[in-house]
Write a protein of this length. Structure first.
Length: 190
């Protein structure tokens, strides 16, 4: 996987966490220290879940090796389509501000909820033989940066901005899945 593809993947995996962080920041105005703490929590969880998915994918990789590129495509495109659809379906919705529960347990629950897609992507990555440690680190660092910023700017831009990031992230995942499929099928020159 090229550095550019890793960067796009990292941004894509971070958009739903960013959207959640913008929503949390819009609900209350955190100072830098709580925003950094929340960003660190998202980083740890978002970096762990693709490794977990990758590990599970390795178990099945030998069995499905002939179709691995199709599985990677379906997983990436499916997660991407779901993210884009979710962002489109809710982008005009005006929702009343729900109270944001503070504390570590609600924060971990939100971080886990936004990282499920990273586990599915990790499964797909196991089939194409990538260095998961580099990718997990990049996803984690990107998530840390975006969630910390999302918390800090959430009160200014509101939760609606996060939906556009989610749509773009979903479209980027679809593009990465298509690129993987095209490379393995020989549809690209080279």
């Amino acid at each position: 996987m090229t550095p550019g593809a890793i960067a796009i993947l990292s941004l894509s995996m971070s958009t739903d966490a960013f959207a959640a962080a913008v929503g949390r920041g819009a609900a209350h105005r955190p100072s830098l220290a709580p925003a950094l703490r929340d960003g660190l929590t998202f980083w740890i969880i978002e970096a762990m879940t693709p490794v977990i998915g990758w590990s599970l994918g390795l178990i099945a990789a030998e069995v499905v090796q002939q179709y691995d590129h199709w599985i990677a495509f379906v997983l990436l495109a499916g997660v991407g389509a779901h993210m884009a659809w979710h962002g489109l379906a809710n982008r005009h919705a005006v929702q009343p501000a729900a109270p944001v529960r503070r504390g570590l347990i609600p924060l971990i629950a939100v971080a886990l909820g936004t990282s499920i897609d990273a586990a599915a992507v990790g499964v797909g990555l196991a089939f194409i033989g990538v260095n998961i440690w580099v990718i997990a680190l990049c996803i984690g660092l990107t998530t840390f940066t975006l969630t910390t910023l999302g918390m800090l700017i959430g009160a200014r831009v509101g939760a609606r901005f996060g939906k556009y990031a989610e749509i773009l992230g979903g479209l980027a995942l679809i593009a990465i899945g298509t690129l993987i499929l095209a490379e393995h099928m020989g549809w690209m020159g080279g």
